[in-house]
Design a protein around this ligand. Structure first.
Ligand SMILES: Nc1ncnc2c1ncn2[C@@H]1O[C@H](COP(=O)(O)OP(=O)(O)O)[C@@H](O)[C@H]1O
Ligand SMILES: [Mg+2]
Length: 459
């Protein structure tokens, strides 16, 4: 960035120092020429009649007076010449009555103004100008002025020096400014490097401390919350992998233990074989459940997951679920009641919502003692369909309540394991409801019962 600006400054410097003085000089030369031309015309007006009727004996002194006088007032050499280019008067008294063959004088006899700039080693820069003098439209001669323009070139030097000075000071100020500005920008940026390199090494959670109160602060804030979020995700990932390994390891160890104890015994009775194999079979079922549910979760984690939305009657869907789970409830003498306050048609992925509701109703039956009841209610609240599932079961303690939607979380490990729970059901349900832009909430009291609310947007 700095080098680009420096290059720009150098280019600007060259442009300014070369163009501006050049322009100022040509403007001043033009101005000087106009002034000299005006003086010529003034003199011309004084002498045009006498030049027309020129008589050396009569007018020579008069012409000399005129050239002397103007020469003093405009500080120039002035000559008057006739229509043959012969000098009639020279303020320097050098060329009187001679023909000096000056280009400007000769050319002016065609009636136009001629001027030029010369440089002489001894006197420097000089401007020559010749203006014809007419009388009744006839060129009778002209006025020649030679004027030193050293002052203009002197000005030029001054201007150049001033510009150089200005550009130099400006350049220094700009460079200082650039250094200050880039410092201002680089300091906060430099604070990001160590944290970013930690992030790329897998160390999440570090924060950038930016003191300023500008865009960098905003950037740092969102960077920090990203870092914290990454850390959380990383912790969850580690915990999840730990949980999965543990959950898979437990049934595997049981299977290993059961099969080994069978293999190591010489003679085993058929009953024992049967019992052990049944246990092994149960553990395999459990492994299968865990893997199936994990796959369902992984499937829903996919960003590009597309739901198969279809219009469905929520009431009908719940009736189906009740039908499916009734044998289980009957086994435990649990009454399954369905209250249909509204009949609700809704756009959902039927298969997924059914799975979500089954998990919750299944839990309600599972975690309710024999002879209890489960009430399922469906109703509409504004633009939302609400399904509530209320049981008279064991309830969930306040400490546990906040974790029940977490993967592999089980409030009562022993009981849950006996009932075949994996701790994945509720997290799957929550995931499905969230995918439908709905919410799921729970209220519970230990030993009294639990109530789940699923709310799904109807439109
Ligand atoms: N209706 C309920 N009554 C009491 N506890 C429940 C109920 N539903 C869920 N829970 C608790 O929440 C935990 C997580 O539920 P879930 O994810 O379905 O796993 P699980 O496979 O154990 O059923 C359960 O282990 C249980 O402790
Ligand atoms: Mg469950």
């Amino acid at each position: 960035m700095l080098s680009t600006y420096l290059l720009l400054i150098v280019i600007l410097f060259i442009l300014l120092t070369s163009l501006i003085p050049q322009y100022v000089l040509s403007w001043q030369l033009e101005f000087r020429k106009k002034n000299l031309e005006m003086s010529c015309r003034e003199i011309g007006q004084e002498i045009d009649y006498y030049l027309h009727n020129y008589d050396a004996a009569l007018y020579s002194t008069y012409f000399d007076n005129v050239t002397q006088q103007y020469s003093k007032s405009i500080d120039s050499r002035i000559m008057i010449y006739d229509k043959f280019g012969r000098i009639l008067s020279d303020s320097n008294n050098q060329f009187k009555f001679r023909n000096i063959n000056l280009e400007e004088i000769n050319s002016s006899l065609d009636g136009n103004v001629y001027w030029n700039e010369y440089y002489f080693n001894d006197i420097g820069n000089v401007m020559y100008i010749s203006v014809p003098v007419k009388y009744e439209n006839e060129v009778n001669g002209g006025i020649f002025i030679s004027n030193s323009i050293n002052d203009l070139y002197g000005n030029l030097e001054d201007i150049n020096n001033t510009i150089r000075m200005i550009v130099l000071i400006e350049g220094i100020l700009i460079i200082i400014g650039i250094i200050l500005i880039s410092n201002h920008f680089l300091r906060p940026i430099n604070k990001f490097y160590p944290v970013i390199s930690k992030l790329s090494n897998g160390e999440f959670g570090d924060k950038v401390d930016v003191k300023s109160n500008d865009e960098f602060k905003v950037l740092a804030n969102s960077f920090n919350s990203m870092s914290v979020k990454l850390n959380e995700v990383e912790l969850q990932r580690k915990e999840f992998v730990g949980n999965v390994s543990h959950e898979l390891k437990t049934p595997l160890s049981s299977i290993k233990l059961l099969s080994e104890s069978l293999l190591l015994q010489d003679e085993v009775e058929e009953d024992v074989y049967r019992e052990f194999l049944m246990d092994i079979n149960n553990e395999v079922d459990r492994l299968n459940r865990i893997v199936t549910e994990l796959l369902a979760l992984v499937d829903m984690d996919k960003k590009q997951l597309v739901l198969d939305y279809q219009p469905a009657y929520l009431n009908y869907l719940i009736e189906k679920i009740i039908e499916q789970l009734k044998p289980l409830a009957d086994q435990k003498h649990i009454r399954l009641n369905f209250f249909e306050d509204d009949s609700i048609q809704i756009n959902i992925d039927k298969g997924k919502i059914k799975q979500a509701l089954i998990n919750i109703v299944h839990n309600a039956i599972k975690y309710t003692r024999d002879g209890g009841k489960v009430d399922i209610r469906v109703y509409r609240e504004k633009d939302f369909a609400i399904v509530s599932i209320k049981d008279t079961g064991v309830g969930i303690s306040e400490d546990n309540l906040q974790y029940i939607f977490d993967r592999f979380y089980r409030a009562d490990k022993a009981r849950s394991r006996n009932t075949g729970g994996t701790g994945l059901g509720l997290s799957i349900s929550k995931q499905i409801v969230n995918l439908h832009h709905g919410t799921i909430s729970v209220r519970s009291k230990l030993d009294e019962g639990t109530e789940f609310y699923i709310s799904l947007p109807i439109v």
